[in-house]
Design a protein around this ligand. Sequence first.
Ligand SMILES: [Zn+2]
Length: 274
Amino acid sequence: MIGAAPEIKLHVLSTGVMETDLTWLLLKGGRTIRDRHHKDDPVVWGDCPTHAVLIEHPEGRVLWDTGVPRDWEERWAPTGFHDFFPVKEPIDGPGYLDSSLASLDLTPDDIDILVLSHLHFDHAANARDFAGGKTRIIANDKEVEGASQIQGYSAGAHIVSDYQGLPIETVSGDVEILPGISVIETPGHTWGTMSLRVDLPQEGTKIFTSDAVYLRDSWGPPAVGAAIVWNNLAWLESVEKLRKIAEETGAEVIFGHDGEQAAQLRYAPDGVYR
Ligand SMILES: [Zn+2]
């Protein structure tokens, strides 16, 4: 598998950091969810970093996810998002998606394929920047179907204006996007959350779980669930599906929002995985 991999290289992009009660991410030890007015209470407020992945492939440039919006304070309607998930720019690294791309001398029009792991506000928020006609936008069919049923401004972490009207192509199941780059259907967090598998020629397989697995502590084994899960049984099955693939391939697994792991990643523009 690895021997057959085309010459592709991968950059991890920093795309904004939320602060939040980490209970959203890990229900463990009797934690209860609080908002920012109670952040000084002895709870588990902490950083919830986001990332995107840029893959330079001989057949095109692929972007995985888009992070949180730079203009979150003005953009979000008064929903509670501001209080529960305020955003700050990373101290290290180039910051949000736009500046991360710019650090590589890229703009959204340079991206051939944008793959959205799911349509939550901290993954799909900047997708509209890629609607200029140069980029194919791909998401899971169950995700698009579920998200299209939402009435009003938002439901859970889906904000309708992030994705409504976008020309999204849908895929179903586990699908190869380009040789060496595949999506893995891992529902549970939402209807159609996907994970990303990249088979790198030198460093082997990387699996980016997005919100299928938030944290190393969620991964286990045993897997530990979170507050934001659409279907717990499907979620658990998806984690075990990923674990099996990771064991078979010896993959490194990069979790969706793990602060400790995020600090170890090699970010663009200097960081590159080959
Ligand atoms: Zn999510």
